[in-house]
Design a protein around this ligand. Structure first.
Ligand code: PMP
Length: 284
C-alpha cells in the first residue's frame, strides 16, 4: 500500500508524521474524501474546490494548484491499483512547538493522502436500506469547514455503532442538521425532496449538490428548508448522501420504520441516476 506524505509516495509502513503536527495536537487541519469508481475519481473538481475553500477559511496556504492535486490523486490511485473506493486527503497547519497561534509563515503545511478500497456500487446496505439514530448535534458553529476535529462525529457514530445502525442524524433545536458523515434528506408524502439549506450549520456536501442537480434535471420538486425529527419519521422516504455511500436509502430512525421500512422508489431512482452520472463522468 502506497501513501502520499509531504511530497512523496512511500509505503504505508514508512510514512511518518511528527508528534508536533498541529493536526494531531489541535485538530488544526482540514480533509477531503472523494470516491473512485472504475479507477477514476468521481466529481473530483467539486471536491478540490471545497478543499481549496476550506484551506482559505482557516488560513492555510494551498500547497498545490488544483491541477496538481488531481494529478497526485490520480497517481496515488494508479500506484495502488485502486478500482473502487476512496481517496482521503488531509492538510494540516504543519509542525511547530505546541503553541495555539499560527506558526511562522515559512512552516509548511503537512499533506497526507491515502486510498481505501470500498465497494460502493455493490453496497448490500443500499439494497435493504440503512437504519439511523438521532443524537444531539454537539459540534462547533463552523460546520461548513471540513475540519479534522471530528470528536463530536466520533461520539455520534459510536452511539450509532452501539445501537447497531449505520449513521447518526444530528439534531439541533429539534431540526436535523445532517448525518455524522453525510447529508440528510427526506421525501414528503407529496413527493417533495427536502434537505437543509447550506449555511454554517452543515457541510456543503458534494454528493448533495450532485443529487440536487440530478433531481432538478428530472423535474422533481426540491425544497431547501429545515425539517424536524417528527417530520422525518412521518416522511414517505428518507436517504443520506456522501462520497463514500452515494445515495443511501434510510428506512428506520430511532427504532421506528420510515414508511414501510423499505427503500423508497424515488430514493432508488436518485441512487440509480447518481450511479449513472458517476460512471459517465468516469468514461468521459
Ligand atoms: N456532512 C458531513 C458532516 C460529512 O462529514 C460529510 C462527508 N464528508 C457529508 C456531509 C457529505 O459530504 P460529501 O457528499 O461531500 O461526501
Amino acid at each position: 500500500r502506497i501513501v502520499f506524505v509531504n511530497g512523496e509516495f512511500v509505503p504505508y509502513e514508512e510514512a511518518r508524521i511528527s508528534i508536533m503536527d498541529r493536526g494531531f495536537l489541535f485538530g488544526d487541519g482540514i480533509y477531503e474524501v472523494a470516491a473512485v469508481l472504475g479507477g477514476r475519481l468521481v466529481d473530483n473538481d467539486a471536491h478540490l474546490a471545497r478543499l481549496v475553500r476550506c484551506l482559505g477559511e482557516i488560513g492555510i496556504e494551498n500547497p498545490y494548484p488544483v491541477a496538481e492535486w488531481a494529478q497526485l490523486e490520480e497517481e496515488l490511485v494508479k500506484r495502488n491499483g485502486l478500482v473502487e473506493g476512496l481517496v482521503y486527503m488531509e492538510v494540516t497547519r504543519g509542525v511547530w512547538e505546541r503553541d495555539f497561534p499560527f506558526p511562522p509563515a515559512d512552516v509548511k503545511p503537512t499533506v497526507v493522502m491515502f486510498t481505501q478500497e470500498k465497494s460502493i456500487t455493490g453496497s448490500k446496505l443500499a439494497e435493504t436500506g440503512a437504519k439511523v439514530i438521532t443524537v444531539p448535534d454537539l459540534r462547533w458553529k463552523r460546520r461548513d469547514i471540513k475540519s479534522v476535529a471530528l470528536l463530536a462525529q466520533v461520539l455520534a457514530k459510536q452511539e450509532a455503532a452501539k445501537a447497531g445502525v449505520s449513521e447518526a442524524w444530528m439534531v439541533e433545536d429539534g431540526y436535523v442538521t445532517e448525518g455524522g458523515s453525510s447529508t440528510a434528506f427526506i421525501i414528503t408524502k407529496d413527493g417533495r425532496i427536502v434537505t437543509r439549506p447550506l449555511s454554517n450549520a452543515i457541510l456543503p456536501g458534494i454528493t448533495r449538490q450532485a443529487v440536487m442537480h440530478l433531481a432538478e434535471e428530472q423535474g422533481l420538486t426540491l425544497e431547501e428548508r429545515l425539517f424536524t425529527v417528527e417530520e422525518a419519521l412521518d416522511a414517505a422516504e428518507a436517504f443520506y448522501t456522501s462520497a463514500s455511500a452515494f445515495v443511501m436509502p434510510t428506512v428506520e430512525m430511532d427504532g421506528k420504520p420510515i414508511a414501510d421500512g423499505k427503500p423508497g422508489p424515488l430514493t432508488r431512482r436518485l441512487r440509480a441516476l447518481y450511479l449513472d452520472m458517476a460512471q459517465a463522468t468516469n468514461s468521459g
